[in-house]
Write a protein that binds this ligand. Structure first.
Ligand code: SAH
Length: 244
């Protein structure tokens, strides 16, 4: 097997946030595999084959990528942000576990700037103290587990980054998540809604959690709920480094 399989993160949107390492991998690739909107971010060129697929096709996409690499192609599987954060890297390893014949493949994972870090940098330093990240999609885990993690994260006083807050197919989940956090005593917490950061459609709003409305989030929004000490200084929002 002389092909390679590179799993790369394209960052949150801005070209300037694609790492040089990822740019080099894309420049050497023969095949790009991924969810269509992410594949569309890779400039097409002579000899480069683009394999765009639908959302939720992660496992078949991973299989296809391994098949191409095993046939000698230089394949790059692309995700937005970081490929290891609610993205393709885990899907590739799940597929690899199911197909031991591919375990000799040359695989690399190249990090990218994940959405919560791009958002945090825009508003100040809301992740400057202990924090966690929770995916609100219940495609692959039961909703009661999401609620449990929200309650425990609130109790532990983590700042909480919420990925995939809301989609057309599950409009009630985010509303319920806000209720769970309010019931857990987070009503006063500063909450950031950041839509499409680092793109032309970027829009960021911050307010107390109790004033947040479910409609403020969509699938291109990352939500950061501050911890109990998260505060404002001038236009900035930050978490102090100390906790008691
Ligand atoms: N691997 C990606 C996350 C994929 S899950 C990463 O590391 O960023 C998709 C979710 O990421 C979206 O629903 C949204 O919550 C968040 N997201 C991705 N890009 C974003 C952006 N530019 N602005 C705001 N949120 C974004």
């Amino acid at each position: 097997m002389t092909g390679t399989l590179t799993i790369a993160g394209l960052g949150p949107g801005d070209e300037a946030l694609v790492t040089p390492e990822v740019a080099a991998a894309l420049a050497e690739a023969t095949d790009i595999v991924g969810y269509a909107p992410y594949v569309a971010r890779v400039a097409s060129r002579e000899g480069l084959v683009l394999h765009a697929s639908d959302n939720r096709q992660e496992l078949s996409r991973a299989d296809e990528a391994m098949r191409l690499a095993a046939a000698g192609r230089r394949v790059v599987v692309v995700s937005s942000g970081d490929p290891g954060v609610f993205a393709m890297a885990s899907a590739v390893f799940e597929a690899l576990e199911a197909s031991p014949q591919w375990q000799g493949l040359a695989i690399r994972v190249l990090p990218g700037v994940t959405a919560m870090l791009a958002v945090a940098a825009r508003v100040g330093a809301p992740l400057g103290h202990d924090f966690c990240a929770i995916n609100l999609s219940d495609n692959l885990k039961p909703w009661p587990l999401i609620e449990k993690r929200l309650r425990l994260a609130a109790e532990a006083d983590f700042a909480i980054a919420l990925y995939n807050p809301r989609s057309v197919s599950r409009p009630e989940g985010f509303s319920r998540a806000l209720d769970v956090l309010k019931e857990a005593g987070c009503g006063d917490r500063i909450t950031v809604f950041a839509h499409a950061v680092t793109t032309a459609e970027e829009h960021i709003e911050a307010l107390a959690l109790r004033d947040a409305r479910p409609g403020m989030a969509d699938m291109r929004t990352l939500v950061i709920v501050g911890n109990s000490t998260t505060r404002r200084v001038g236009p900035w929002i930050y978490a102090p480094r100390r906790a008691s």
